[in-house]
Ligand binder design. Structure first.
Ligand SMILES: N[C@@H](CCC(=O)N[C@@H](CS)C(=O)NCC(=O)O)C(=O)O
Length: 318
């Protein structure tokens, strides 16, 4: 086991579906990793100390490199641990495009179903936190509308799940064939969310026998091997490591980047949906069409690099 492998740290909590995506992803790669259990709602002082303000789940830490967003985490896991690959067929480009749809439209639909159906049972602080994050400023109206609209919302979930069921109908073990890939983790976490958190989920999902068989296959892949780590220890690990070398230039023809970013300039970055979140500010280190990296300095941690996907994030020059 290499040192870099032992140092994969996932900041997550058990109930998070997007964290479940990454737990399955590290299972596919059969990694050993540390699990830091973070709070489900704000405040998350020890997490945001590492991320510079990003509060979503999960976050991956390797030394003092911090990877925000599951898309960025999957890309980095594939880069550091290429074997077995997350892309077992020759379709990586299409799969990545499809993952944008699972991570936005399909995830939002599942969230509306799960939170909308639970509106009268959610603890008030959790409802307010997730309400603002997923339904905007007028979240109480938004959640109530989702509750009233459940028949329609669930009807919109049936088409995609029936396509997945059909895809598996030739008896294949995973969505692309005999080997699991990133797309399995991406769809699985949504099904896992519906099954575990929507009171009608198990009955709803029973209409898809092939999908149910596939769920068992993913469960058998497992989550790799994890041990608990305290958040304070994770901060010490960040403080004791230097961030990995980064090519401080644009990886692509800058002429095509109409945002005209300048390496070394101060920028802030935030998800491009209205979740009421805090922008992360730092010095731009790297920008490509798919990744943005910032440098941040903290008195306790020292230098760290914080990485985001480019897709789904908006940047402001300060
Ligand atoms: N685009 C992000 C979305 C992450 C996300 O929304 N995660 C949920 C948990 S499943 C979250 O952050 N909820 C609020 C929280 O955990 O504070 C990703 O792919 O990582």
């Amino acid at each position: 086991m290499s040192d870099s492998q032992t140092q994969v740290i996932l900041h997550n909590y058990p109930q998070s579906p997007v964290a479940e995506k990454i737990r399955v992803a590290v299972g596919i790669k059969n990694l050993n990793w540390f699990s830091v259990q973070i709070p489900r709602i704000l405040p998350k002082p020890l997490l945001v100390k590492l991320t510079g303000g990003y509060r979503r789940t999960p976050v991956m830490q390797i030394g003092s490199d911090i990877y925000c967003d599951s898309h960025c985490i999957i890309t980095e896991l594939e880069r550091r641990f290429p074997d077995p690959t997350f892309y077992p067929t020759a379709d990586a480009g299409l799969i990545k495009c499809l993952s944008r749809w699972t991570d936005t439209y399909l995830f939002d639909l599942a969230t509306q179903i799960v939170l909308g159906s639970a509106i009268d049972d959610l603890p008030p602080d959790f409802a307010a936190d997730r309400g603002r994050l997923y339904f905007g400023d007028e979240w109480e109206e938004g959640m109530r509308a989702a509750n009233n609209n459940l028949p329609h919302l669930s009807s919109q979930m049936r088409g995609p799940l029936s396509w997945i069921n059909d895809q598996l109908a030739d008896g294949r073990k995973f969505l692309l064939g005999s080997a699991p890939g990133a797309i399995d983790a991406q769809f699985f976490c949504i099904v896992w969310f519906l099954r575990g958190r929507w009171n009608q989920g198990p009955v709803f999902l029973s209409q898809y026998p092939e999908l149910n068989r596939w769920e068992q296959n993913i469960i058998e892949v497992g989550h790799g091997s994890s041990s608990e780590l305290q958040a304070e220890e994770a901060i010490k690990i960040a403080a004791n490591h230097k961030p990995i070398e980064i090519e401080t230039s644009f990886s692509e023809d800058k002429a095509h980047d109409l945002e005209d970013l300048k390496i070394g300039s101060e920028i802030s970055i935030i998800p491009d949906v209205d979740g009421g979140e805090i922008p992360v500010t730092g010095k731009l280190l790297y920008a490509s069409s798919t990744k943005i990296s910032l440098h941040k300095y903290d008195k306790e941690i020292g230098d760290s690099h914080i990485h985001f996907p480019r897709t789904g994030y908006s940047i402001q020059k300060l």
